[in-house]
Ligand binder design. Structure first.
Ligand code: 5AD
Ligand code: SF4
Length: 444
């Protein structure tokens, strides 16, 4: 049977789709990139904001038309929205045959066969305290970058967030299996590994904490760069800062989700840090890792957020001067603490206006920070042709900034020393220096 798999949401979900592909291939399914050729359509879904749900509801309308033409088609919903809505999806979308949550993917081959053989519906939404899929080697697309989930689930229960309900309890993966996977990736030619977890600060397996894991992966020969996402600003482990500062192959980039600048809103979000503590952490990070690139996530219009409280968010954005920020309108999620305790009382138009304002401020900061790089020489790992021109290649510097260079003799996977010549808020443009291929910095 041919399976078409479509992925929505974060990098963790992309990684899960690689796990699903591996499980299906071992179960003798074939993957197809063509929707009309599919016997099985699987959507790996996201639940983080209502907009993610809306996209899937829309997509299922299209899938419904395909099923009218081919009644034997099997349709499955995987991932966070499946886990969050459960039976409700089957009621609302009769086109769906299977609803499978993030901890049940090993059952997929059996479930698909059962639906094909006996008809009916399949629902697998048990969350596990142990499943880490460490025994499944993901079926990745070839390229420069690979992701490894080193932990799954989340125990933080930030009041706005659906993830603890869709991905269950926190569990860390055996470091030996993570390092073994990194070695295999290096042997297959991947250059950069990103370690994933909903909250990597709480990674722990026996005596190994996240800083130790990061250093072990960075020591794998052939892996030239290691990144990770995301840490939580509360109790930020100092050894992690020193690990980032000290190892040449650990990228000097930290994604540090702020969410809000007001102490009252942070408390209502249950973030367990204050504005001052966040600012002090940023100072410490910059002292320990002087060239660090900082990005963040921000939510505008959390229940009860007043104009003055929103100004606290603006104040942090202006003081910290992040390199980049993802800014979201608060979206009420079912069963979350915020949904149960607070009224979603900030009008939608005001949420939008706040997002627009933060984005405008951040764009000016990103542009200024990027312009500061003009004239500098940076090391770029080239990833792929640029979308705008086949004559250009796109890569990233150590801080994860996008850099576009003329292709010349370069190819994806090369490291180039690039002189930056121009900058927009999102992208740096430059030229590779002659004879500058390969890494300059020595291993520490
Ligand atoms: N509404 C809006 N944004 C949210 N995020 C998480 N939950 C919500 C929500 N209910 C944002 C946070 C998080 C990022 C992945 O998504 O900023 O860091
Ligand atoms: Fe990823 Fe969160 Fe969306 Fe799930 S809900 S796919 S964990 S962003």
């Amino acid at each position: 049977m041919n399976v078409y798999l479509e992925t929505y949401g974060c990098q963790m979900n992309e990684y899960d789709s690689e796990i699903v592909r591996a499980i299906l291939k071992n179960g003798s399914f074939r993957m197809t990139q063509s929707l009309p050729d599919a016997d099985v359509i699987l959507l790996n879904t996201c639940a983080i904001r209502e907009s993610a749900h809306s996209r899937i509801h829309g997509r299922l309308g299209h899938v419904h038309q395909l099923k009218r033409r081919n009644p034997a088609l099997v349709v499955g919903l995987l991932g966070c929205m499946a886990q969050s809505l459960q039976e409700e999806i089957l009621e609302r979308h009769p086109v769906v045959d299977l609803v499978v949550g993030p901890d049940s993917y090993k059952r997929l081959p059996r479930l698909i066969h059962a639906v094909c053989d006996a008809g009916g519906k399949g629902l697998e939404i048990d969350l596990s305290e142990y499943e880490t899929y460490s025994d499944v080697y993901p079926e990745r697309r070839p390229g420069v970058n690979a992701w490894i989930a080193c932990m799954r689930g989340c125990d933080n229960f930030c009041t706005f967030c659906v993830v603890p309900y869709t991905r269950g309890r926190e569990r860390s993966r055996d470091p030996e299996s993570v390092v073994a996977e990194a070695r295999r990736l290096a042997a297959e030619g991947y250059k950069q590994v990103t370690l994933l977890g909903q909250n990597v600060n709480s990674y722990r397996f026996d005596d190994t904490d996240f800083a130790a894991l990061l250093l072990r992966v960075a020591d794998v020969d052939g892996i030239e760069r290691v990144r990770f996402t995301s840490p939580h600003p509360k109790d930020f482990p100092r050894p992690l800062l020193h690990a980032i500062a000290s190892h040449a192959r650990v990228c000097k980039h930290i994604h540090l989700p702020l969410q809000a600048g007001s102490d009252r809103i942070l408390e209502r979000m249950r973030r367990t840090y204050t504005k001052q503590e966040f600012l002090a952490l940023v100072d410490e990070i910059r002292e320990t890792i002087p060239e660090v690139c900082l990005s963040t996530d921000i939510i505008c219009g959390f229940p009860g957020e007043t104009e003055a409280e929103f100004e606290d968010t603006v104040d942090v954005v202006e003081r910290v001067r992040f390199d980049s920020a993802f800014v979201f309108k608060y979206s009420e999620r079912r069963n979350t603490i915020a949904q149960r305790k607070f009224d979603d009382d900030v009008p939608d138009a005001l949420k939008t206006a706040r997002v627009v304002r933060v984005n405008a401020i951040q764009k000016a900061i990103s542009l200024a920070r990027n312009r500061d790089r003009i004239g500098r020489r940076v090391e770029v790992l080239l990833e792929r042709p640029s979308r705008k021109s086949a004559d250009d290649l796109l890569g990233r510097d150590d801080g994860n900034r996008c850099v576009v260079v003329p292709r010349g003799d370069l190819k994806p996977g090369d490291f180039a020393q690039v002189r930056i010549e121009a900058a927009s808020a999102n992208t740096l443009l430059g030229h590779a220096l002659r004879g500058s291929l390969g890494r300059v910095r020595e291993r520490v």
